[in-house]
Design a protein around this ligand. Structure first.
Ligand code: AMP
Ligand code: DBH
Length: 543
């Protein structure tokens, strides 16, 4: 079954956007084109650095696929992959793809709540994970999932080991025959309701976006891309990301931790030409550059995306870091906007780019769903050759219009040139420096506490992260609790750390609607007023 209506499939094929390539042969094809060129550089799970050529990457992937097959993974199976930025990551996804199996791209920060959801929703056959990373033992999660687990770590007692040593002994398997219109993998969204939604992307649609991104970003075999953000994130994966670089014959360099000092060291040592950051990291680079005096002379383009990059910060990139800025406004659901290499400085600094494809359809509408006059602010709706028509598990009426447009929840303005300016958001989500948090998911967790009557999570502006999360909690009659208890409670429920509210505040009651439901819109207004009054007070007292 196709993920897109037949007339659109026909259109995108006829126009040459969708080809017959698939991810099952992606790594082998790249090896045929770029054989001995350097494909991936990075530490393995023990911290030892590896440099793999395209040929080695393809060979290891074919062998690792053999190991997966021996564990019962086959065509069409879902495999949850939760790995940090280690060189084995690239081999692991190559292996899953080769079998015609389908990765579910978890982030390293996800915990039990998210992983359980991914496994249950996808019916995953296996999990590929690692051992202790960043002070957390990922095997802990596997222990409770009751699923075939392959661990990229030394000497696991209970799980099957999945390292270079194990792959080297395995027999390679041939690439599966896969339908290009079929689901290639599940991406995860930040989500607005409940736990992250799973996003089914097909081989044809995603490969189109990868090729087009590589072209727009002018990637060549000389491109050297530093991966600072989590490698599984849609931005680092495909905009143009690791897949765009591998498609172009360039080199991926994996940065094991996102600190400016480690990133700067790698930029200088590896002669990095391209890097992608979220706004808080870009600000950290700007703050640390005058202190650390990094050699950034090889860096041509710094991409910034995932959350709004203010014009004030955007202005500083070229003069202070000596490279070009590219703004990227994308979503794992599809639509990706780029500022272009030949855009004026005004557009690069003041907009979040324009859609990558001439076949992207963008509408900016009011609350009733009618187009607003050109240039005015409204909600973004989009449809196109790489934007989903439904989440995994069905169409939800909140996110998709009858005629198949995806409602991203972003408030934008569109310039005559097609460039979009993101002006806000109309979805219950907190964008904490590019990490998306669903308000409802955290509210549900809090409300499950015996002493919590109601809870509301709201975004408050933050100089560094863009936004932080503020929890407002109404306790049951006579109950007493403090923030520490609730933070511990969320941790016990295995909620990812970045989703734990930055601030807690306790209230007597919430405003309600006519039928007695919490009026979130009104609540948000009150909280925003309260928080701005509070910050003003603080500023006055420090002056
Ligand atoms: P997700 O659906 O979880 O992949 O997150 C995508 C969302 O991130 C978008 O709908 C925007 O809300 C936000 N986003 C991504 N890039 C930018 C950007 N450059 N400026 C503002 N918001 C962004
Ligand atoms: O935030 C995102 O999800 C995002 C940002 C930039 C994205 O998915 C992308 C580019 O492809």
């Amino acid at each position: 079954m196709s993920l897109y209506p037949a007339d659109f499939v026909e259109l995108y094929r006829r126009e040459g956007l969708w080809l017959d390539e698939t991810f099952a042969t992606f790594f082998a094809d790249a090896a045929n084109r770029f054989s001995d060129a350097e494909a991936v550089v990075g530490p393995d799970h023990t911290g030892v650095e590896h440099r793999l050529t395209y040929r080695e990457l393809a060979d290891y992937s074919a062998q690792a696929a053999g190991v997966l097959a021996a564990h019962g993974v086959g065509q069409g199976d879902f495999v949850v992959v939760q790995l940090p930025n280690i060189v084995e990551y690239v081999v692991a996804i190559g292996a899953v793809f080769r079998l015609g199996a389908r990765p579910v791209f978890a982030l390293p920060a996800h915990r039990q709540a998210e992983l359980t959801h991914f496994v249950n929703q996808s019916g995953a056959k296996a999990l590929i994970t690692t051992g202790v990373w960043n002070g957390f033992d990922h095997r802990e999660l596997a222990r409770e999932l009751n699923i075939t687990t392959l661990v990229i770590a030394e000497d696991p007692q209970e799980f099957s080991r999945f390292t270079f040593a194990d792959w080297a002994e395995a027999k390679p398997v041939p690439a599966a025959q896969v339908d290009p219109l079929d689901i290639a993998f599940l991406q995860v969204s930040g989500g607005t309701t409940g736990i992250p939604k799973l996003i089914p992307r097909s081989h044809a649609d995603y490969l189109y976006s990868v090729r087009e991104s590589a072209r727009i970003c002018e990637l060549t075999p000389e491109t050297r891309f530093l991966v600072v953000l989590p490698v599984s994130h849609n931005f680092t994966m495909s905009s143009p990301g690791i897949l765009g670089v591998l498609w172009s014959g360039g080199t991926i360099v994996l940065c094991p931790e996102p600190t400016p000092s480690t990133s700067f060291t790698l930029v200088a040592r590896e002669r990095i030409t391209l890097c992608a950051l979220v706004p808080p990291l870009a600000l950290a680079w700007l703050a640390m550059a005058p202190v650390l005096h990094p050699d950034l002379s090889s860096l041509k383009v710094l991409q910034v995306g995932g959350a709004k990059f203010t014009p004030e910060a955007a202005k500083r990139i070229a003069p202070e870091l000596g490279c070009r800025l590219q703004q990227v406004f994308g979503m794992a659901e599809g639509l990706v906007n780029y500022t272009r290499p030949d855009d004026s400085e005004e557009l690069v600094i003041g907009t979040q780019g324009r859609p990558m494809s001439p076949f992207d359809e963008v509408r900016v509408v009011d609350d009733a769903g009618n187009d607003v006059p050109p240039g005015e602010r409204g909600r973004l709706l989009t449809r196109g050759p790489y934007t989903i028509r439904a989440y995994w598990g069905g169409v939800d009426k909140e996110s998709f219009t009858e005629d198949g447009f995806y409602a991203s929840g972003d408030l934008v303005r569109q310039l005559p040139s097609g460039h979009l300016i993101v002006e806000g958001r109309d979805k219950d989500q907190i964008n904490r420096g590019g990490e998306k948090i669903s308000a409802e998911e955290i509210e549900d967790h809090l409300i499950s506490h015996d002493l919590v009557h109601d809870a509301a999570i709201i975004a408050v502006p933050d100089r560094l992260q863009g936004e932080r999360s503020y929890a407002f909690v109404v306790l049951t009659d006579g109950a007493r609790l403090d923030a520490t208890v609730l933070r511990d409670y969320l941790r016990k429920r295995r909620v990812a750390d970045y989703k734990i509210p930055d601030y807690f505040e306790f209230a007597e009651s919430f405003p309600t609607t006519g039928v007695g439901k919490t009026n979130r819109r009104e609540l948000r207004r009150i909280v925003q007023e309260y928080v701005s009054a509070k910050t003003q007070q603080q500023e006055e007292s420090t002056n």
